[in-house]
Design a protein around this ligand. Sequence first.
Ligand SMILES: [Zn+2]
Length: 187
Amino acid sequence: MDVRIIVETIFENGTTKTRRLGRLSRPFRSTQPEGFGLLLEDAKSMLWQLQQAILLDQIEEISEASRVCPDCNKVRAIHDYRPWVLDTLFGRFRVKAPRIRRCACNAKSEVTLSGPLSPLARFFPDRSTPELQRLQAALGARHSFREAARILETFLPCAKQVNTSVRNRLGKAAGESRVFQAFISRA
Ligand SMILES: [Zn+2]
């Protein structure tokens, strides 16, 4: 049999987008015990593609919604797009982060001086997702940095973990936190 994996996104404005993420082939005549179900490498590849589909659609939707001025409801112009690399548990993605011009309705206020708005920068000041950061910190607290990186890369389609990134994350998380202490005592 063949399995097709199709993702459908339904945006809040009612439009939909359908993507074919891939296909798995499981011919029964040549099935081996290792050929049943989803394999780790298939799962990692699917997760990467699924993450990309969700992330890009979400960024598109949030970017569009962010253009509406909260004060006067007019749609603000896109100033430019900045290339971004965003790290997540399920992969590293290149995205286009829009920067939005301030609205003329608050032209005289102080915020005008601070330049265009970047909706993504507000969500990801470190260019990585909080979930990835928490897992790097939690594994880094229990294992050597090399081992923590190996565990992440074995099971997840995340980008290659360099020891320094796990170490930096651990240092940052430890410095930051009661939140971190609470997290590792719970995990
Ligand atoms: Zn406005």
